[in-house]
Design a protein around this ligand. Structure first.
Ligand code: FA5
Length: 346
């Protein structure tokens, strides 16, 4: 049997060498090494040999099988390269020409700034929260100290969802601000809290260069013991200075929002003219930035937090307007237009 195996090996190696193409080689492979191939059949017969021959012939058979498999694989590589070369001979193909351009997308300018804001607040110990865009009327208004009869409802008109009701809180709306996440987070985690909430909000408003019906806001709030507006000023100054990479001055003015008391409007010094007055800051030297204030005790109560023990502040600003200012974008509607000529500039 040893002789038979060696003869088969020589025959197979010579056939492999002479194969003219991959197809011929495949036929040779099947003839010798396939399931019904000659070597396979010989190896199957090893079990019927006398015991002293079994290991010797078995070992030889396996060595020959590996050798033949390697020979087939090497020859296949050579024949494939040859076939490729031949097939390219007649083609007008310049192997050195650059390939087609691969178009790589990039992060939208709104998300770019959102991620930067998140990173800065995160490094100051703030957790990032999310909330539903289709929100119950309760969390959007009542929970924030705006009952249905209150004139402050007129400040933010929204879209009411007709056929959907929240199991616990009834009527649903598209949220007009990110503030509903305040009460949701208080209910879930209790005090103390340091949170920011980036998210999309909706208003039933006519659009113009600085107003859209869907835009992005970022809410922030902090609840702890002995918290005051000076903490808010410090946090905002640090945030804006890091975001713009320049020293920024923050100013508070009185403002009204039903869910804070006292309420504030927050401005920062214009970075374009450095406070001297220009078109961007309407010659005032200040840029109007956000609403803020100390969280109203009714809001803490709605969130299950004891206002005798804990206080906190909250703020909310328009991410969309911040992005417009950072990049000098003069019309808010560009940002969601899906126009690649605009988006590809960032
Ligand atoms: C609010 O939405 C309050 N929730 C903010 C707040 C939070 C106050 C916490 C106090 C405590 P306001 O309606 O002013 O407030 O909106 C906040 C910001 O959203 C504005 O300063 C502005 O930058 C942006 N904004 C408002 N309406 C639009 C709009 N139609 N299009 C684009 N941005 C808008």
């Amino acid at each position: 049997m040893e002789k038979q195996i060696n003869e088969l090996k020589d025959a197979c190696l010579s056939a492999v060498k002479q194969a003219k193409n991959v197809h011929e080689l495949q036929e040779i492979e099947v003839k010798y090494l396939g399931r019904k191939g000659e070597l396979t059949i010989i190896l199957r017969g090893v079990k019927d040999l006398p015991d002293d021959q079994k290991p010797v012939i078995g070992k030889l058979g396996n060595i020959v099988k590996t050798e033949l498999e390697n020979a087939v694989a090497n020859q296949k590589t050579k024949l494939q390269a040859k076939e490729l070369e031949e097939s390219l001979k007649d083609e007008d193909f310049d192997i050195t020409a650059p390939g087609p351009e691969i178009r790589v997308g990039h992060i939208h300018p709104l998300s770019q700034t959102q991620y930067e804001v998140e990173k800065i607040f995160n490094s100051m110990g703030f957790m990032i929260m999310d909330g539903p865009e289709a929100e119950s009327e309760y969390y959007n208004f009542e929970g924030l100290n705006i009952p249905s009869w209150h004139p402050a409802r007129d400040m933010q008109d929204t879209f009411f969802i007709k056929n959907k009701r929240d199991k616990k809180h009834g009527k649903m709306v598209l949220r007009t601000h990110t503030s509903p996440v305040q009460v949701r987070t208080m209910e879930k985690y209790g005090a103390p809290l340091r949170i920011i909430v980036p998210g999309q909000v909706f208003r039933n408003e006519a659009t113009d260069a600085s107003h859209d019906a869907a835009f992005d806001q970022i809410e922030g709030f902090m609840i702890d013991k002995d918290i005051s507006l000076s903490h808010l000023k410090g946090v905002l100054k640090e945030f804006l200075t890091r975001l713009f990479g320049k020293e920024v001055v923050v100013r508070f003015r009185p403002g009204y929002f039903p869910f804070v008391e006292p309420g504030l409007e927050v401005d920062f010094s214009c970075l374009i003219c450095e406070g001297k007055g220009c078109r961007v800051c309407k010659k005032t030297g200040w840029v109007e930035f956000m609403g803020a204030g100390m969280i109203h005790e009714n809001v803490l109560k709605a969130g299950g937090i004891d206002s005798k023990k804990w206080q906190g502040w909250a703020f909310g600003f328009g991410l969309t307007r911040l992005v417009m200012m950072r990049h000098g974008i003069d019309d808010i509607r560009h940002l969601r237009s899906g126009d690649l000529r605009f988006i590809n500039q960032f």
